[in-house]
Ligand binder design. Structure first.
Ligand code: GUE
Length: 296
């Protein structure tokens, strides 16, 4: 058996086509959505992701506002830039690209973002809404990678309702908020949130109907761990060298052999990454629509 491909590029293209129409409607009302990014330093992964976010924005008519600071920028400069993005009316929403350089206080940066402009869904107020709003609709932005995981499954008719989902990794941007999203009413998964201190990860994964690997350990999830027919989302990515042509060689958290056991598998690249970017744009468009609502 070979797993069906959970094609993130195709799903993201469909989402972007829908968003493009909403952007056109906003522009007709004189509202121009703008995505801001704050990037500190030159981590090659971060540079590549931020570039992708702005390319996607241009495709659907969202303006780009880039703030790039050198790796040796001071924390005060980072906070000045955050204040500027908070105040800039052209910026509908923005993200502080993580990780920040070693030694910088990420929590302090995330708290400083205006919650109304937090299109990452990582401000404590928005994460708090995610915790409090488990029983109903919430209008605050959802963290992009967790939302992208659910949307990729939904668009491929893979239901998680009543299913056992094993999430590997408890990080701020994926595992922890994903556990909250999966257990909301209407999503209704049963979740096991595993991490580096989990005693027997292989045994946990073997019981899973859906596996989400988000740790950044190349090829961690082995074919023998996966229940035949399970859906596997490969979220983590690690740069493991460069190709002869100078491009980055990437390795996901899932061993390629899993494709022979799983029922569905998201490729990496081409799976959850493009969905993360699509969800970011969805948050920007929704934030712009909320400003229209406020104006009457
Ligand atoms: N504040 C913040 N928000 C984030 O959402 C955030 C972050 N910081 N820091 C890092 C992680 C990682 N992340 C990715 C986004 C897109 C791809 C992506 O589009 N990947 C392409 C390949 C891109 C390539 O070739 O490098 C793919 O999977 O097909 C990957 C990873 C967002 N993150």
């Amino acid at each position: 058996m070979t797993a069906q491909v959970l094609d993130g590029l195709a799903a993201a293209a469909a989402i972007k086509a829908e968003l493009r129409e909403r952007v056109t409607a906003l522009r007709e009302r004189g509202v121009v959505p703008g995505l801001g990014t704050l990037l500190v330093g030159e981590d090659p992964g971060s540079v590549s992701y931020v570039g992708g976010k702005h390319r996607d924005s241009a495709e659907i008519g969202v303006e780009s506002i880039r703030a790039d600071l050198p790796a040796d920028a001071t924390e005060a400069e980072v906070h000045e830039t955050i204040a500027r993005l908070n105040a800039d009316p052209a910026v509908t929403g923005y993200i502080v690209q993580l990780p920040l350089p070693r030694g910088m206080d990420e929590h302090a940066a995330l708290v400083a973002v205006d919650p109304a402009k937090d299109v990452d869904g990582l401000h404590p107020a928005n994460l708090g809404e995610l915790v409090l709003g488990v029983d109903g609709e919430i209008s605050t932005p959802l963290p992009c990678t967790p939302a992208g995981c659910l949307e990729l499954l939904r668009r491929n008719d893979v239901s998680v309702s009543g299913k056992h989902v094993v999430v590997i990794g408890r990080g701020l941007t994926v595992g922890r908020p994903l556990g909250l999203l999966l257990t909301r009413k209407g999503v209704d998964a049963t979740v096991t949130l595993t991490h580096s201190r989990t005693t027997d990860l292989a045994a946990e994964v073997r019981r899973a109907d859906v596996v989400v690997a988000a740790v950044g350990v190349p090829h961690l999830v082995k074919p023998e761990w996966v229940k035949p027919g399970a859906a596997v989302l490969d979220v983590g990515v690690t740069r493991v060298g460069t190709t002869a042509t100078g491009r980055a060689k990437l390795a996901g958290d899932v061993d390629p052999g899993v494709a022979e056991v799983a029922g569905w598998l998201s490729p990496n690249p081409g799976g959850v990454g493009p969905m993360t970017r699509a969800m970011l744009l969805a948050n920007v468009v929704a934030a712009a629509e909320r400003t229209v609502g406020r104006a009457g």
